[in-house]
Design a protein around this ligand. Structure first.
Ligand code: FPP
Length: 239
């Protein structure tokens, strides 16, 4: 097996198109996307990925048709009720990342329950970004630091961001053929390797995940250094 990224982040794009091509309502695509997500969590645990972060609902998704928004909210509520036993069986700790103030009280209680129930698990950390945006995250971090009278440095911002509990993503995957970040992990993806798949999210199976990891394994991660420096620190002979 290839080198396994410690942290994989995914923009799960293409649910709507998947549904429309089948003459189904867009929400049917999100339902199918939830099945794909379940399989992806399982696969990540199996192969030794330690952190998985997914973009389930962006700050901008409120602009979608009301029917789709309520469908996504219902899907989340349904998932909260049903998925915890599988997360427990697979040693997955779930975190919800994003602005909860816009969510209903019932939903907020559901998120907190799922987090508390899985808090003892450590095989895989699973971050579900819901009502999340990279700009929201940077703004809330800056506001938090300002309130505490703390200096603004890379380190203090890093610690105030909503994903402070995990290292930055190594591999960021976007499905659905588009090649953009769409306000996802703007700070944390600074050195992530990007992999774009033409597959629509409901079609993104284990083989597609393995393919993304293989692609990642072929990249040289330089973090600003030269290729020769990287080879030297890896103990390789430089030509
Ligand atoms: C983007 O595809 C996908 C979303 C906005 C929602 C992602 C949600 C899931 C995969 C289901 C998991 C849900 C929860 C609640 C945990 P799109 O709708 O933009 O697709 P399109 O580009 O084809 O229109």
């Amino acid at each position: 097996m290839n080198e396994i990224p410690h942290h994989i982040a995914i923009v799960m794009d293409g649910n709507g198109r998947w549904a429309t091509r089948r003459f189904l309502p867009r929400v049917a695509g999100h339902k199918s996307g939830l099945d794909t997500l379940r399989a992806c969590v399982r696969r990540c645990g199996e192969i030794g990925v330690r952190v998985l972060t997914v973009f389930a609902f962006s700050s901008e998704n409120w602009n979608r048709p009301a029917e789709e928004i309520s469908g996504l909210m219902e899907l989340l509520a349904m998932a909260l009720g049903r998925e915890v036993p599988q997360l427990m069986a697979e040693g997955v700790r779930i975190h919800f990342v994003g602005d909860r103030s816009a969510l209903s009280g019932k939903m907020r209680v559901g998120l907190a329950h799922a987090e508390a129930a899985t808090a003892g698990n450590s095989r895989l950390i699973f971050n579900v970004c819901f009502n999340y945006g990279g700009r929201w995250d940077m703004a809330q971090a800056a506001a938090r630091l300002a309130r505490a009278g703390e200096p603004i440095t890379e380190q203090t911002i890093d610690r105030a961001l909503a994903l402070a509990h995990v290292p930055d993503p190594d591999l960021l995957i976007r499905t659905g053929g588009e090649k953009r970040l769409s306000n996802f992990l703007l700070w944390q993806a600074a050195y992530a390797e990007l992999h774009f798949s033409d597959k629509l999210w409901p079609e993104f199976d284990a083989a597609a995940l393995d393919e993304a990891i293989k692609d990642y394994g072929q990249r040289e991660r330089r973090f600003g250094k030269t290729s020769a420096q990287v080879a030297l620190s890896a103990g390789k002979k430089v030509a």
